[in-house]
Each structure stands twice: as C-alpha cells, then as structure tokens.
Design a protein around this ligand. Structure first.
Ligand SMILES: *Cc1c(COP(=O)(O)O)cnc(C)c1O
Length: 422
C-alpha cells in the first residue's frame, strides 16, 4: 500500500468492541488479570498488557502505524524525541563503549551525548558524517554511529548507503535521527541500510506544534548477536537474541527506556500523534512546495547572503536529496542575512512570522539557531555544525506562499535600512 493510504488505514486496532472508526484512548494505568496464572504469564513473558508504563493499546496502535510507515520491524514510542535518542543509544552501549556522531546534530542530541553519556563513561567522537571520517573515528569499542537524515539546521545529507555498508562491515549499529525525514514521508533510512531510526514525533507527526512525542524503530537484522548485551544471559538468565531474535533491540529499548526509565508517552498524546499522521502527506506536500517557492524568492533578495534548501538544484545536498528523499524536499529552509548578527537581529525584530524553536508546525516558525537552539554548543563546534550568527532557520507551514513572502519582506526591509544608515 502507498504511504498516504497507510497513513490513514494502518494501526487501527482490529478488535474494538464498538467498531470505532477513530482510535480509542485507553486512559488506564493498569490492566486486570483473570487469575494467578494469567498475571504470572504476562509478567514472565511481557506478552499482553500489565501496566501503561510498559505498554498501552492506544500507544501500541501508534507504534503499529509508525512501523507500517517506516517499513520497520517494530517501534517503541517514548515521551519525546530526546527520550527516543536516549533510549536507542542506552540499549546499544555499556560503560567504556564509544559512539561516533555527526557534528551538525540537533543541539539537544549533542548535549545528550556529551553530558549524559559522558557521565556514564561513554566516549563520543564528533566527525563529519562521511564514510572516510566515520571509518577513521571507529575502533573496536564503537557500538553506534549516530547521524541525522538531514542535519538540523545544517541540512547536510549523509551518504546513508555508504555509512550503512561501513557499519555492517564493523558490526556496528547505524542509528539515524529521521525527524527531518518526517516519519518516512520524506526519507526512509531503514530501506537504505540503517539499523535503527529515531524520531521526534513532536515535529511533522504531530504537525500542529501542540505536543511532544518520540519513537525508536528498527529493521530485521542479525547485527544484535554481535552485542554482548544481546548475546549473553540477562538478569533472568535468558539470552535476549535467542529469546526475541531481531526484536531483542526494541525489547531492550522498552525495558530500559519505558519499563525502568519511565520516559513514557501519554495515551492522549499517542492519540493526537496517530491522528496527526493522517494528514502528514498533505501537509508535507504543501509545505515542501511553499518552501521551494520561498527558497527561490529568498535567493533573489539582496539582503540575503545565501540560501540552503535541498530542493534547489545548486544546493550541496541536492544530489543526495534526489537519491534519498521522496515526495518533495521538505519544509526547512535556512538562509544567511547580510550583516551577520546585527542583520539577523534587525530581520527578526521586524519579521511578521512567529519565532519559536520548533519545526513541522502547521504555522511557519523562524528561529536564530546561533542564540537559541545551538547557543550552548561551543562556538567552534557550532560553526562546524553549519551554524553561523547570520543564519535563520525557517520551518515552513501551511500559510499561503504570497502571505509568507510579505511577512519575510517586512523583515528584509529592516535589514536594508542598516545599509542605508551606513
Ligand atoms: C526536536 C528534535 C529532537 C528532540 O525532540 P523532542 O521531541 O523535542 O524531544 C531530536 N532530533 C531532532 C532532529 C529534532 O528536530
């Protein structure tokens, strides 16, 4: 079935007693047992429902829909994208292990890797997400390579197939933050060999900037048998790889992230995300078209020093975007205002567009990454991540392109005045 059909048809529970067409919200913390044996069986096997920290039918429906959309083996939903990145790596590393990560990552991910994993004795190497650089940073302690499908906000696109081959050779998991891939509507890294994808569902899945959510998905793979946490006996004396096969990674994410870590997605948010996915194709198509119109228009404005959008034929990411993206080039445009920090400040002071640190909202949002999302990253690393003081990140929403041009023009006129005042 096509993505747009799966987006509305997949995941609905089959046995609803009322044949509900929409997804019911199961607002319950616990689930009853019929007798001692029933409870004992469910606890021993993790089959069926016991407690919502571990599993909930509304959340399970969302997991089933995400699995269909990404063409994955399965999914685990968590409270936020941050929780998803955290839990995915937690399942892969143990103290003393190492991770290789791209430098142009989302600011929260850089903080997570440096600070949280740093505390746990995990060393992280930040290198360009290119095969040669990643190969050079890998060693026998490397357990994961973590990249973004489209850098936020660098809009760099890694060579996913090349990285997947390298990781397969070294028996290391390739984890791709596919948030900017819009839950498979724009990119499906699992099809190109990534072992794991993580999502901030807060962005394009929600689509309305109203709630937070995250997910970890993985594909069919025999990779996990090379990890000691999957190939040696666990606390119950069972070998996860023998017990769960390729699902052992997702079981560990559920165990560490949800059952023990408690980073649980509320069933109410799961319901909203499930519904949000139903209009994802339409929203992304419209926003991608508008983003291309605005990117071309911005290129022609004298106050704009540069524009990055993977859909522009001259963009450095364009060749790989043509290979890896489908159904458009996404709704993120970044550009540099002439006059650096001063110009950017003038521009934002007069811009009639909402300024907020989010993407994938129905509304267009502008942000100055240098002083907000990436402000806690050391200056040199910020520049390496493709962020400069002149940069504006625009997440294009569903307003008309003409209205958005006018809103942007108001900001640009203020930049022009800097020049006129000398
Ligand atoms: C927003 C974002 C995250 C974090 O997600 P939250 O839902 O805000 O926790 C991670 N990665 C990328 C690329 C993001 O844009």
């Amino acid at each position: 079935m096509d993505f747009s059909s799966l987006a509305v048809l997949s995941g609905l529970p089959a046995q609803d007693p009322y044949h509900a067409v929409g997804l019911p919200i199961y607002a319950t913390a616990a689930y009853g047992f019929t007798d001692l044996e029933d409870g004992a069986y469910k606890f021993a096997t993790n089959q069926g429902y016991t407690y919502t920290r571990i599993q909930n039918p509304t959340v399970a429906a969302l997991e089933a829909r995400l699995t269909a959309l990404e063409g994955a083996l399965g999914a685990v939903c968590l409270a936020s994208g941050q929780a998803a990145s955290f839990a995915s790596l937690l399942a892969l590393v143990r103290s003393g292990d190492e991770v290789v990560a791209g430098p142009g990552l989302f600011g929260g991910t850089v903080g997570l890797l440096n600070q949280v994993f740093g505390l746990m004795g995990i060393r992280v190497h930040f290198v360009e997400p290119e095969v040669a650089a990643v190969r050079a940073a890998m060693n026998e302690k490397t357990r994961a390579v973590f990249v973004e499908v489209l850098g936020n906000p660098s809009l760099k696109l890694p060579d996913l197939q090349g990285l997947a081959r390298l990781c397969e050779e070294h028996q290391v998991a390739l984890v791709v933050d596919n948030t900017f891939g819009a839950v498979g509507a724009l990119a499906r890294p699992l099809e190109h060999g990534a072992h794991v994808v993580v999502h901030s569902l807060t962005k394009w899945a929600s689509g309305h900037g109203s709630i937070l959510g995250g997910a970890v998905l993985s594909r069919e793979t025999a990779l996990w048998q090379h990890y000691p946490q999957f190939s040696s006996p666990d606390a119950q004396g069972k070998i996860p790889w023998e017990q769960f096969g390729p699902r052992c990674f997702l079981e560990r994410v559920r165990q560490l992230g949800l059952s023990l870590g408690g980073m649980v997605l509320s069933p109410f948010n799961a319901y909203l995300l499930f519904q949000g996915l139903e209009t994802l194709t339409l929203r992304l198509e419209r926003a991608s078209q508008t983003a291309l119109i605005l990117a071309r228009w911005l290129q022609a404005q004298p106050q704009v020093a540069w524009v990055r959008y993977p859909g522009l034929p001259g963009d450095p990411a364009h060749p790989r975007a043509a290979q890896y993206l489908r159904g458009g080039f996404g709704s993120i445009v970044t550009f540099g205002i002439r006059g650096g920090m001063e110009g950017a400040s003038r521009f934002l002071a007069h811009l009639n567009i909402l300024q907020a640190p989010n993407v994938g909202d129905a509304r267009t949002l502008a942000v100055h990454p240098w002083t907000t999302t990436h402000s806690r990253i050391p200056e040199e690393a910020r520049r390496a991540a493709g962020v400069g003081p002149e940069m504006i990140r625009l997440s294009v929403g569903l307003e008309s392109p003409q209205d958005l041009q006018q809103m942007l023009a108001a900001g640009l006129r203020a930049v022009e005045q800097v020049g006129h005042e000398g």
